[in-house]
Design a protein around this ligand. Structure first.
Ligand code: SF4
Ligand code: SF4
Ligand code: SF4
Length: 696
């Protein structure tokens, strides 16, 4: 990768980022972050991989990158791999750390080596360097984050970095040199740290960096437990007190085995931001060509050392709990070698020294460093004072008092923020002072807008409201008029209904009368018919009487003729006989003549009667015809009456419905009247409020 750029070891999950800028606040180098957008992004080339932002981000937007997936996939594919395990394992897996060896072997790792033994070799390298070169100071380099920091941001300290490999690289080189059976095997580092991967890139050894956290996550994900695996020893010799290397001061305490005075010339320092402030100060001492106070700087990036590294899950745990596990292991390791006490540097070698000699070779573990500060210089430009002032102007910083240096933006000072803005890595909107002024300006603006709005309300809305009130008033009048006219309509309809009802009653009465008339007409008609019949019979009988009178007349005539003949005969018979007979015959003739006259008179009378009867018959027939007309007219009247009655009845029903509807309309209008009155009251109240608004 060279000086061109650094492998990303941290990534951002943008959708989780809430743009709180806490990552910038904790970042020791600041300018790798870009806070100018809606999420804070970062430039991997400028990031030293310290992991501070991972621990600080409460939104899981920053996560570390390791090689767990590649390691597992290659292992499954049959790649031969050996593992080296960092000393911090004792803190992360408590008393079960040797079971991690069982787990690794179970999944196919061929050999497992303890980096603590590499740390013992590291101490040997340091002491050799110090003994041979007598440097003014030695800056410890087991922490790859601090090495990256010095190479990129404090290159003046590079000459003071121990020119020896880290414990991990000591272990890797040891495997390559002294374990020929693992030639061709790839090496996985089981570590508490994401930035370790970069060390492999820089030195060109090491293939995978797998964090404790990834292994623990894997076990959790698969429902597995480390306790079920066998505790297996490492495949290299055991370390002694270098197992303490994972905790702050571990280097110093290991050197103590040879030099009990080491604490007097060692600066033990760890954790951001202190270690970075310290290195900045040390850089100044060097630039000022002064002699550093301490001959050894035992430094680590993380506050609890590697035991609390970003690749562990130990951030919330107590330091005593973590270090207690490590101290326990250290006690056992020292007991193993019979070194329970510190000893003065001695040329008398013990068992451990002899063992270390077996894995030591002059120059094998040498390390050099690269000045990578050009990456930073290329990426970040420093503005002149005029540029700074121009940027301050955009942040409303006009006087010294406006330079708050409050750190709210995430930077250590306003000037650092101005540098970030100059490089497009931040924006004035993220400055607390800027926000305050903006707030004030916005308040002012709002005040003016509110005043304007109130005036508008007063001058315009009030007018509109008055119009509305007028409208409501006239609406109210309309409603009242409507109510009155509905009421009068209502009474008119009621009168009409009353009239309809009376018509209906009259019609009912008429119907009864018509029915009676109809019955009387029928009866009259029948009577006339009967009279006609009787007259007809009288007429017939009159004819018979006339005939009888004619017969009487005929008989009377014949009798008269006979009387005349008898008289003639009596005349012939003489007076004696004929005289009496002639008297009879004369009487007979007189009777016959009288009868004839009477018959004629009767016939005359009968004919007169008959003529009268015939007239009566004609009149009776005409009367019948008249009655027929009367009956049919009465019938028609009855039908018409029924039709009118039905119509009036349905009109009566309809009218009842109209009345009901009018009653409902009345009720509704009364409600509307009430509401319109209430509306009027509310409208007037609104006007009062609007008027009082202006007084506010
Ligand atoms: S700490 Fe940084 S990465 Fe995390 S949410 Fe805040 S701004 Fe985003
Ligand atoms: S890992 Fe460290 S250097 Fe990198 S962005 Fe995070 S805090 Fe900054
Ligand atoms: S005043 Fe603004 S620029 Fe200065 S430190 Fe505070 S937030 Fe950052």
């Amino acid at each position: 990768m060279g000086a061109k750029g650094l492998r990303p070891v941290i990534k951002i999950i943008k959708e989780n980022c809430v743009n709180c800028h806490r990552c910038i606040m904790v970042c020791p180098v600041k300018m790798c972050n870009n806070g100018a957008g809606d999420v804070v992004e970062f430039n991997s080339d400028l990031c030293i991989g310290c992991g501070e932002c991972i621990n600080a981000c409460g939104h899981n937007a920053r996560v570390g990158i390791d090689d767990f997936d590649a390691f597992m996939n290659d292992l499954k594919a049959g790649t031969r791999i050996v593992a080296i395990v960092a000393p911090a394992i004792a803190a992360s897996f408590n008393g079960e750390f040797l079971k991690v060896n069982g787990f690794l072997k179970k999944i196919g790792v061929k050999g497992v080596f303890d980096v603590s033994f590499g740390a013992e070799l590291t101490v040997k390298s340091y002491l050799a360097y110090r003994h041979q070169k007598h440097p003014a100071t030695i800056i410890a380099q087991p922490c790859p984050t601090l090495v990256s920091f010095i190479e990129m941001y404090r290159p003046e300290l590079i000459p003071f970095l121990a020119p020896a490999d880290s414990p991990m690289l000591h272990t890797m080189k040891m495997i390559k040199k002294y374990y020929p059976q693992y030639v061709g095997h790839k090496i996985v580092a089981i570590s508490p740290c994401y930035s370790k991967r970069r060390e492999f890139d820089f030195v060109g050894i090491g293939d995978y960096n797998v964090t404790f956290k990834s292994i623990q996550d894997y076990l959790t994900r698969t429902g597995d437990r480390i306790t079920k695996y066998a505790s297996l020893p490492y495949d290299n010799p055991p370390a002694e007190r270098a197992v303490l290397f994972s905790m702050p001061g571990g280097l110093m305490r290991t050197i103590e085995r040879y030099d009990t005075t080491v604490a007097s010339y060692t600066r033990k320092i760890e954790g951001a931001p202190e270690v970075y402030h310290y290195l900045a100060h040390l850089g100044k001492v060097i630039r000022d060509k002064k002699t550093p106070f301490y001959g050894l700087v035992d430094c680590l990036n993380c506050r609890m050392g590697c035991n609390g590294g970003p690749g562990t899950t130990n951030q919330g745990r107590h330091i005593d709990e973590l270090e207690g596990n490590v101290e326990k292991r250290s006690g056992a390791a020292r007991a193993h070698y019979g070194n329970t006490k510190a000893q003065k540097i001695s040329h008398k070698k013990n068992k451990l020294d002899n063992l270390l000699d077996d894995y030591w070779q002059e120059g094998l573990y040498d390390r050099s460093y690269v000045d990578r500060s050009d990456i930073f210089k290329r990426a970040v430009k420093f503005p002149g004072s005029q540029d700074i002032q121009a940027i301050y102007a955009t942040m409303y910083k006009k006087t010294e008092r406006d330079i708050l240096d409050c750190g709210s933006c995430g930077y250590a000072s306003c000037e650092q923020m101005a540098v970030a803005i100059f490089n497009g890595l931040n924006k004035p909107e993220n400055c607390r002072h800027y926000i305050e002024i903006q707030k004030r300006l916005i308040n002012e603006q709002h005040k003016q807008e509110i005043e304007h709005s109130i005036n508008t309300v007063y001058g315009h809305t009030l007018g509109e409201m008055n119009k509305s009130i007028d409208g409501i008033g006239s609406l109210s009048n309309h409603i009242n008029e409507t109510a009155t006219s509905v009421l009068s309509s209502s009474s008119a309809v009621e009168q009409m209904v009353e009239r309809i009802r009376s018509i209906y009653e009259n019609l009912e009465h008429n119907a009864k009368t018509v029915l009676k008339l109809n019955a009387s007409s029928l009866e009259g008609k029948n009577r006339i018919f009967e009279i006609g019949e009787l007259i007809s019979q009288v007429s017939t009988q009159s004819d018979a009487l006339i005939d009888a009178c004619k017969i009487i007349g005929d008989i009377a005539e014949e009798t008269s003729i006979l009387g005349m003949n008898a008289a003639i005969e009596a005349a012939h018979a003489g007076d004696a006989i004929g005289k009496g007979f002639a008297v009879v015959a004369g009487e007979i003739r007189k009777l016959a003549t009288n009868s004839g006259h009477q018959a004629e008179e009767i016939t005359k009378s009968l004919k007169n009667i008959k003529a009268l009867i015939d007239n009566s018959t004609k009149s009776s027939t005409q009367a019948q015809a008249q009655f027929d007309i009367i009956v049919s007219l009465v019938d028609a009247v009855k039908k018409e009456e029924t039709t009118i009655k039905d119509a009036v009845e349905s009109q009566n029903n309809g009218s009842q419905q109209v009345i009901q509807a009018l009653n409902e309309v009345n009720a509704l209008i009364s409600k509307i009247k009430d509401e319109s009155a209430a509306l009027l009251v509310s409208g007037n109240a609104v006007i009062d409020h609007i008027q009082s608004l202006k007084e506010v």
